[in-house]
Ligand binder design. Structure first.
Ligand SMILES: *Cc1c(COP(=O)(O)O)cnc(C)c1O
Length: 377
């Protein structure tokens, strides 16, 4: 039997056509019309004026943070429950990451704790350059509450929407929230360019500066002139073509992940001690990954045991992100905790959720879960 992955790339003939057309057009190295078109198409889709296509979501975070003024002597407040890229990008700028704990239902940045963190930091005279909420597993953070705190303290919001493309908050598309947003097109994300990311914003100056920094900050003259240190972070034209192909299929891929979520909801419904992570409302969620939360005393089994049992059948699962404040690399970082992130990490398990999963594969996962649960209950 073939291995079932958590979230494998979902690419096919449409993407092949786009990439082949780009190759045949001669626009191989590295910029070209597909980069411009991809930026315009995704920016239009989420409803912002500018997109800057980059080599990764991490690069987008790095440049977005630089653009908002993060640097030595500043602090950036972010969610402790995230992938390490969020924290690393803060450190790249020279700023200090400050980790804030989670809402118990969604795992996203807790607005009340965020307010406390800002009160402490600004009260002590520290400069907070940005707030970086993370839309965990594809559910948007509470941007209404976060924006209120941000406005109160005059700090801009950079939304880490790496996992949440296609999701909404209060009728607004993810990618249009905050001063700027970043998305990721890594191979395991909602849609892929094999590797890539984009900075999305209405701020023309921020977009222009990010674009410049992403191409070695080369000034627009024929000889090579540079007034500051830049990076080689631009997305290549071939990968942008792949992204354009994926974008034409985004709605279908969203629908597929949503149906997989529904299957898991039915599968776990009525089982004691286990529920689908993220609350009951899937309408605004892109359903990137479906995870369960297991209370072992009630369920009679743990998330870890379910994961091990599926792993033995070549079915990939993964705990939720290990919180940053528990990572050795960030052992010394400041944090404001309520225990929720650690609890979610210890009780959560993400299940195969990719839009490339075929019906028979979803059935194989469901049967394996069913067998496991039957033995333990
Ligand atoms: C994937 C991810 C990133 C980084 O994106 P890359 O394209 O892999 O660099 C950043 N933040 C979060 C929350 C992610 O899940």
């Amino acid at each position: 039997m073939t291995r079932i992955y958590l979230s494998a790339p979902d690419v096919g003939e449409v993407e092949q056509r786009y990439v082949l057309a780009a190759m045949r057009s001669g626009w191989i190295a590295p910029l070209g019309p597909d980069v411009d078109a991809f930026e315009a198409e995704l920016a239009a889709r989420v409803g912002v004026a500018h997109g800057v296509a980059l080599s990764s979501g991490t690069a987008a975070l790095h440049l977005g943070l630089l653009g908002l003024g993060a640097g030595p002597g500043t602090v950036v407040v972010t969610a402790t429950l995230t992938f390490v890229a969020t924290a690393n990008a803060i450190v790249y700028t020279g700023a200090e990451p400050y980790f804030v704990d989670s809402d118990p239902t969604t795992g996203n940045l807790h607005p009340g704790l965020l307010r406390q963190a800002l009160a402490r930091l600004t009260g002590a005279g520290e400069r907070v350059a940005a707030i970086v909420p993370v839309d965990l597993l594809g559910k948007a953070a509470d941007y209404a509450a976060i924006d209120r705190v941000a406005a109160e303290y005059g700090v801009p919001v950079l939304a880490d929407a790496a996992e949440s493309l296609g999701a909404h908050f209060s009728g607004r598309a993810v990618g249009s929230l905050g001063a700027a947003s970043i998305v990721s097109f890594n191979g395991n994300k909602m849609m892929t360019t094999s590797g890539g990311g984009m900075l999305l914003t209405d701020d023309a100056a921020l977009a222009a500066r990010s674009r410049s920094l992403s191409t070695q900050a080369r000034l627009p003259v024929t000889h090579y002139e540079h007034a500051e240190v830049g990076y080689n972070y631009r997305m290549s034209n071939l990968l942008a073509a792949l992204g354009r192909g994926q974008l034409t299929r985004l709605d279908g891929m969203l629908a597929r992940r949503r149906r997989i979520r529904e299957t898991y909801r039915r599968l776990f419904a009525g089982l004691p001690g286990v529920r689908i992570f993220g609350g009951e409302n899937d309408a605004d969620d892109n359903c990137w990954l479906t995870a369960v939360l297991v209370h072992p005393d009630t369920a009679g089994w743990s998330a870890e045991e379910l994961g091990a049992s599926l792993r033995a059948l070549d079915i990939e699962t993964r705990p939720l992100w290990k919180p940053m404040h528990l990572q050795p690399v960030y052992a010394g970082a400041r944090r404001l905790l309520n225990g929720n992130a650690q609890r979610l990490f210890e009780t959560g398990l993400a299940l195969p959720s990719g839009s490339a999963l075929r019906a028979a594969e979803v059935e194989r996962v469901a049967a394996a879960v069913h067998d496991f649960v039957t033995v333990y209950s």
